[in-house]
Design a protein around this ligand. Structure first.
Ligand SMILES: Cc1ncc(COP(=O)(O)O)c(C=O)c1O
Length: 397
């Protein structure tokens, strides 16, 4: 009853709140404002006029910046436009249309990718929109369940890849262990046809304190002679500007040679002025120090989420050490109900099921909380609503 009366009271407040997307708040974006007024002293870089077309792989210094963020050798990295998702869609289109030596994916009756769950909804939309079949695999806290992956691959030749968010995973927050990385490479190097590990390292330097270590997958893969298995992605979207940062793709020399003609047909050159601004910005601002400023702004928000969740008795939830999300696991069958109750109170939550391929969370129990975009005051109200709806849904049940 207590939750019901609180629900009615909250309804009268007619609030409008949003915990859906992991976007930086304005104060985080303001950290990179000096980017806008940086003086570009010379328009010549890498021997070209950066205002012109060309340099498809990006400016050398910007590729170096990408390698610093991703933690891999600079020779693997290209610097692109403002979004790593665009690079993912371009690389996947290349696999579907051209392929990597054993025919285009689109010519096969069925091509599947493994999707560690709970995972990132846009990986799922992208795969689905390209007609790629998706097979969920549970995450264990140290990466996906390798035994299950091994058994799937042994029995299903259509499996040709896996989506991974290896550090501060969206939305579970976990970081893959070295054993998981080695296991993934060992398993995927045995697929009958060529496969790819899509290593979306979107939260590579996004630690709240200290630096959580993620092993460099390229170094491990190289030792095993399997560099071509890996395609890594990342960006400055959650470092500088989400809509106006730099996206990166990292791939072996063989994969670069094969992908370059396709990629060059799609783009005539990235925005090198923005790349130059980013180079200059990180000459003046040390990357990890800049990330600490982000952490200082968002840590109180994550603490507030923990405070609200620990002050009640339902569900279990993650305690991330970086990244953008808290994942709340309810009793089976309650997630949709909670989201619908919250929406009655003016709180938007990510749709139930969005953490799973095809939007289907079979147990209807995962809620992704994205606390960064709103102010502390808004977050406080949003969490009050969430906790009330969580309580009410559990009491109804
Ligand atoms: C795992 C993951 N990959 C990629 C992105 C988006 O990256 P970009 O802005 O570089 O396209 C996000 C954004 O939330 C994300 O969580």
């Amino acid at each position: 009853m207590e939750y019901l009366s609180q629900f009615e009271e909250l309804k009268e407040k007619e609030m409008s709140l949003d915990l859906t997307r992991g976007k930086p708040a304005s104060d985080q974006l303001d950290l990179s404002r000096p980017l806008d007024s940086l003086n570009i002293d010379s328009y010549i870089s890498d021997g070209v006029d950066i205002r012109n077309y060309g340099q498809v792989k990006g400016l050398y210094e910007c590729r170096k910046l990408g390698s610093k963020i991703l933690g891999c050798n600079e020779e693997y990295v290209w610097a692109g436009g403002n979004s790593s998702l665009t690079l993912m869609s371009q690389y996947l289109s290349y696999l579907c249309i051209q392929g990597v030596g054993d025919g285009p994916w689109s010519s096969e009756e069925r091509v599947s990718v493994l999707c560690p769950v709970p995972g990132y909804d846009r990986h799922f939309f992208l795969s689905e929109s390209l007609g790629i079949n998706m097979i969920p695999v549970p995450l264990t806290g140290q990466g996906p369940d390798l035994n299950l992956i091994r058994s799937y691959i042994e029995s299903d030749d259509s499996i040709r890849g896996i989506w991974c968010v290896p550090k501060h995973s969206n939305p579970t927050g976990e970081t893959y262990s070295k054993e998981t990385i080695e296991g993934l490479i060992d398993i995927f190097s045995k697929t009958r046809k060529k496969s790819r590990i899509f290593w979306d390292n979107a939260y590579a330097v996004h630690d709240f304190s200290g630096l959580e270590v993620l092993e460099d997958i390229f170094s491990i893969a190289k030792k095993k002679g399997s560099e071509d298995l890996v395609v890594e992605f990342g960006s400055t979207s959650k470092i500088t500007y989400s809509g106006a940062g730099i996206g990166f793709i990292a791939l072996s020399q063989t994969n670069q040679d094969s992908f370059l003609p396709f990629y060059s047909a799609l783009i005539i050159g990235p925005d090198k002025l923005n790349q130059k601004r980013h180079i200059r910005f990180f000459e003046e601002n040390e990357l990890l120090q800049h990330m600490r400023k982000h952490a200082d702004l968002i840590k109180p928000k994550f603490e507030l989420v923990q405070k609200w969740l620990s002050g009640q008795e339902y569900g279990s939830w993650t305690r991330p050490t970086g990244g953008d999300f808290v994942l709340l696991k309810t009793k089976p069958g309650l997630a949709k109900r909670i989201i619908s109750l919250a929406s009655e109170l003016g709180l938007k939550l990510t749709p139930a099921g969005s953490t799973h391929p095809y939007g289907v969370d079979p147990e209807d129990q995962y809620l992704r909380i994205a606390p960064t975009a709103c102010s502390i005051e808004e977050l406080d109200s949003a969490m009050e609503i969430l906790v009330c709806c969580l309580g009410l849904a559990n009491q109804d049940n």
